[in-house]
Design a protein. Structure first.
Lengths: 326, 342
């Protein structure tokens, strides 16, 4: 779906550390470099604790970056700005959260939740215009006009997620970070929400950063996918390429671990079962972060952290197996 | 294979201030030795309540048995006293839960929690139970079991905790293991480890497993037979092949269509419109009628009977009535598994 490869966001060596105590630092995001193109869906996958949500929040500017830079439409997200500039930035970048129960104010009506952004940014001149816009948004996400006067507790999980989407759309953003937007929903409802997100992208030319742990859903919705492990990006490729020719041993293991809803395939499949658990990001392994669980680990892996290189066209990987071979 | 559990016409309701929520309505299924029966369904479909009823873990009140029977090893479980159930729970039927952090006791060492059942049900001495605990931890793949057995749950990772839970559940060699969403809280690479472990243990011990899940991938991976639940009812049962390659219920079709396929792309997901019924006021007829693209007039008024399509497959849908129009399953249903390419 990427027609023009215009960069919307450039992320350069982005780092976000959290101080645990005087001695320990948790390196949640440790040097991410990638671009997000206009109109595409960039999927970010990884297991819990790999730093994908922190990455999303830091890109949005919800967290200050410890190091590195995020450039959105030519301007740095984390640089000090005037109030006006900041407001404009937040209007252009919106977020959809994982938990539709915790991310809507229970004491506000749906109408006011959706209109909050419109009010703050002064996007409606009159009361009638505000009303009209809210109705339009409700309709866009598949809710009725009379839903506007109700409170969040009156809705199901899928409907709440629709409200969250309407709220994000209210300010006409260019870029939406969707942080696990479907993982709290049932399978049949997940499909509804994913279809809605795709339709909206078509109609409005939105750019998504879609964060999830479910690789099959990420593959379905994304144009390109980045795989994270322990705060690092280990591989980036188009979603088809990543599925057909995964390079990094972690990506391979992750793909092979997904159970496929087909019993014959499941029986005949060879699984790469990874040993052990993800190491602690407070005290990550030396060299390559994946080496402690990697079935292909070599001596060099514990000594040198592999560079993130473009092994094939548009296919990036950080692994010693591919270094110097492109 | 010998039948070890037989649930017949089970109905369970919950009294709430608003209304009586009919969580499980007229559910029947059998479980045989050495098999894995998966109960799939969305949240609120009644799958967990069904499993908890077998363990008699449904809090009563507000819960209550409205009707039906649960026969385990020739005995009616519904009539058992709490005291009698205590000698079945953990000994004859073991259970593992979705969230291993909240279902393990944080103030007891893992070893003590394993020993509890062994001491109570098998009259083991503390020393023997400790030794058996180490053996069990080794069996479920926990490295360093001699050290681990004296640790507390918070010192374990999520995957390790679930392994410890499995060790506790299997300590007394139960005939049935009920696994309620055992991998939902885990990452995929850990999920693969746990599913493998459960299969391997089943081969070793011959335990029958009731696997409750909403993930069809997990079902395809682990189950021999499947029961699909919707709106408190079982709408279709069959062998895993029948459910995936020859499903007859439109809800099963919908579930299969909602899942993205890893090997196909750029197709829109076949979402099921609408949302599940409110079980405080369940529909009179088929629970899926309101969302079913093939619904007829009769569907909203009468619950269809279970049509027996084979020895194992039973489907409750009016489309299978001889007077109903012939409806072909949608294209994305992989009929006969013919599209498998390795």
């Amino acid at each position: 779906m990427v027609k023009t490869k215009e960069k919307l966001i450039e992320i350069k060596d982005l780092k976000r550390y959290f101080k645990i105590d005087r001695k320990n630092i948790l390196k949640a995001v440790d040097g991410l470099t990638f671009d997000i193109f206009k109109g595409e869906t960039f999927g970010l996958v990884g297991e819990s604790g790999c730093g994908k949500s922190t990455a999303g929040r830091t890109i949005m500017g919800l967290y200050q970056a410890t190091g590195g830079e995020v450039v959105f439409k030519g301007a740095s997200v984390h640089e000090k700005k005037s109030k006006k500039e900041l407001k404009e930035l937040t209007r252009r970048m919106q977020m959809i959260f994982q938990d539709p129960y915790a991310s809507l104010n229970p004491r506000m009506t749906v109408k006011d939740i959706i209109a909050e952004g419109i009010d703050i940014h002064g996007l409606a001149k009159t009361k009638e215009e505000r009303e009209e816009r809210v109705l339009e948004l409700l309709e866009t996400v598949g809710l009725n006009a009379d839903h506007g006067n109700r409170y969040p507790h009156e809705f199901s999980g899928g409907q709440r997620q629709r409200i969250g989407i309407a709220r994000a759309l209210a300010v006409n953003p260019d870029f939406i970070v969707a942080d696990e937007p479907i993982s709290a929903l049932d399978v049949s409802i997940q499909a509804q929400v994913v279809n809605l997100l795709q339709e909206l992208q078509h109609e409005r030319g939105l750019t998504y950063l879609f964060i999830a742990h479910d690789l099959s859903m990420v593959k379905h919705i994304s144009d390109r996918v980045g795989v994270m492990y322990l705060g690092n990006m280990v591989e980036i490729a188009t979603s088809e390429e990543l599925y057909e020719d995964p390079l990094h041993p972690y990506t391979k293991a992750l793909l092979s671990a997904i159970p496929i809803p087909d019993p014959q395939v499941e029986r005949s499949r060879e699984r790469i079962i990874l040993e052990g658990d993800v190491p602690s990001p407070i005290n990550p392994p030396s060299g390559c972060p994946f080496r402690t669980r990697c079935p292909m680990a070599m001596e060099i892996c514990s000594q040198v952290k592999p560079d993130f290189i473009e092994h094939k066209k548009d296919h990036w990987v950080a692994c010693h197996l591919f270094e110097g071979k492109n | 294979m010998k039948k070890i559990l037989s649930v017949k016409n089970l109905s369970v309701s919950f009294e709430t201030y608003k209304a009586e929520v009919k969580a499980v309505r007229d559910v029947s299924f059998d479980l045989h030795e050495k098999e894995t029966l998966a109960i799939v369904g969305e949240s609120g479909s009644g799958k967990s309540v069904t499993a908890q009823s077998v363990m008699r873990l449904v809090p009563m009140p507000p819960g209550k048995f409205v009707g039906g029977s649960i026969i385990f090893d020739g005995e009616e479980l519904i009539d058992k006293s709490e005291k009698q159930m205590e000698s079945i729970r953990g000994k004859e039927i073991g259970m593992i839960f979705q969230d291993p952090m909240t279902s393990l006791n944080p103030t007891m060492t893992i070893g003590k929690q394993i020993a509890e059942g062994l001491i109570k049900h098998q009259n083991m001495s503390k020393k023997d139970a400790h030794a058996r605990g180490i053996e069990l931890l080794k069996q479920v793949g926990i490295p360093n079991p001699e050290k681990r057995i004296n640790q507390y749950p918070h010192e374990f990772s999520g995957g390790m905790r679930q392994r410890a839970m499995i060790a506790i559940a299997l300590a007394c060699n139960p005939k049935i293991l009920i696994a309620d969403e055992p991998t939902t809280a885990l990452d995929v690479t850990i999920q693969a480890q746990i599913l493998d472990l459960m299969k391997q243990l089943q081969e070793e011990t011959g335990t029958a497993i009731i696997l409750i899940t909403h993930d069809l991938g997990v079902v395809a991976n682990s189950a021999h037979r499947v029961a699909v639940m919707y709106g408190g009812k079982i709408v279709e049962t069959g062998s895993v092949e029948e459910i995936f390659y020859n499903p007859k219920h439109p809800y099963t079709w919908g579930l299969l269509g909602s899942m993205p396929k890893l090997d196909q792309h750029d197709e829109k997901l076949k979402a099921i419109p609408g949302s599940p019924p409110d079980l405080a006021d369940p529909p009179k007829g088929c629970p899926f009628a309101a969302r079913c693209p093939f619904a007829m007039k009769v569907c909203g008024e009468h619950m269809p009977e279970h049509y027996e399509l084979s020895d194992t497959q039973k489907t409750a849908c009016w489309l299978l009535h001889e007077g109903a129009p012939k409806v072909e399953p949608p294209e994305f249903v992989n009929v006969g598994g013919s599209k498998v390419n390795g």
